[in-house]
Design a protein around this ligand. Structure first.
Ligand code: ADP
Ligand code: MG
Length: 381
């Protein structure tokens, strides 16, 4: 089978009659640290072995000409604000160009062909992979890599905000840009400091089970969760729940609603769980990592109440089978569970999860094995 790289090379040559330079970036998982970003807490992502790969070459014009292999569409656009393309996928690339220019960076006309294998809309952030691939490439081609990596992540985030209508945080782009093979990263969402931790789970695999359900909720539950957190922080006299601990929360129990109490208990617990996972990883204790993942699921389901029947079911199946760790990944109300599965259980777990889920809900979940890998980079020929 033709590799992605060979396919891109071939199509680039056919379309543009020359060779360019290859770049790639990756999708991401978040091992633990959910609903913590807006509480100034920690997230714990890593880049995965699912990538967007692009070949680029300067073309001497003031136009970008780009072909998407997977969507089988071509787009051509200028580099001024009024030149925005209409195709959704091209707007990510246009946005990256514009955000680099807005920061005083250089972007000249270029030709590009790209493809990827990050599943779209499955919670692995294919959009961040696309953004950081092009941000990294344009930084390398036109800016001597003068834009620092954090700014590359911000360029991706601003692209989502300003050109794609997605009001996202920084985690996805951060993970995609900074990802490093066999390492996860603890990002402090307050100070933006980050630290790498070794993640090389010998004898285990990371498996995502995508329920392929997304419950549309009318009453904006995410905003209500945020409001709960803000109310409790205010009551405790702290800037955000990052600054609170369980003793403070318990001391204020009479002054807050039962619901707000539960929300805050989850967030405060989650902060500690991330720190516990860091210690466990430093000690190579993957059983402990798995325990914390189950605790997070429990908290998201019972206290934060952002789970749903399908995700709780997948979590139960994992637990019954003795899977080491399992939890909802992402905001909740659908999407994936992330599972830390021992090698000997791996195949049986997948079969059982698929069969039992289908029996109950009528469709098969999608399975993705992931390996923690490098983020944005130049691909050596
Ligand atoms: P995700 O959760 O995967 O980031 P989004 O809806 O944020 O989902 O981003 C998906 C969008 O990113 C797609 O609709 C498309 O515009 C773009 N995209 C992602 N991967 C590719 C790809 N391989 N080829 C073309 N466009 C892609
Ligand atoms: Mg996205």
């Amino acid at each position: 089978m033709e590799t992605m790289k060979e396919q891109i090379n071939k199509i680039f040559k056919e379309r543009f009659g020359k060779n360019g330079t290859l770049y790639a970036s990756a999708g991401r998982i978040n091992l633990i640290g959910e609903h913590t970003d807006y509480n100034d807490g920690f997230v714990f992502p890593g880049a995965i072995d699912k990538v967007i790969m692009a070949e680029l070459a300067e073309n001497g014009t003031d136009k970008v000409r780009v072909f998407s292999i997977d969507i089988d569409e071509y787009a051509e656009f200028g580099l001024r604000e009024e030149d925005a393309p209409t195709q959704g996928w091209a707007r990510y690339i246009f946005g990256i160009c514009r955000e680099i220019q807005k920061r005083g960076g250089t972007v000249k006309g270029f030709d590009a062909v790209f493809a990827g294998n990050v599943p779209l809309g499955a919670g692995l952030s294919s959009s961040a992979a696309l953004e950081s691939c092009f941000a990294f490439a344009l930084n390398d081609m036109f800016n001597n890599n003068a834009i620092d990596k954090f700014e590359l992540a911000r360029i991706g985030q601003s692209t989502e905000h300003n050109y794609c209508g997605v009001n996202c945080g920084i985690m996805d782009q951060f993970a995609s840009v900074f990802g490093r093979k066999d390492h996860l990263m603890r990002l402090d969402c307050r100070s933006m400091e980050y630290e790498y931790f070794p993640f090389d789970p010998k004898g285990y695999k990371l498996v995502l089970v995508d329920s392929r359900v997304k419950h549309e909720l009318k009453d904006s539950p995410y905003n209500r969760r945020r409001e709960s957190c803000e109310r409790v922080a205010k009551e405790l006299g702290v800037k955000s729940l990052r600054d609170a601990d369980m003793a403070m929360l318990d001391a204020a129990k009479d002054r807050i609603s039962e619901e707000d109490y539960k929300r805050a208990r989850y967030v405060i617990g989650e902060k500690q769980r991330v720190l516990d996972v860091c210690d466990a990883l430093n000690a190579g204790d993957y059983k402990k990592v798995g325990e914390k993942m189950y605790e997070t699921h429990e908290g998201l389901s019972k206290d934060y109440e952002v789970s749903c029947e399908e995700l709780d079911f997948l979590n139960d199946v994992a637990k019954e089978m003795g899977v080491t760790g399992s939890r909802i990944m992402g905001g909740g109300f659908g999407g994936c569970t992330i599972n830390l599965v021992s090698d000997d259980l791996h195949d049986r777990f997948i079969t059982e999860a698929v069969v039992r889920f289908k029996e109950k809900y009528g469709h098969e979940p999608q399975i993705y094995d992931v390996i923690i890998s490098d983020g944005a980079r130049k691909v050596e020929e």
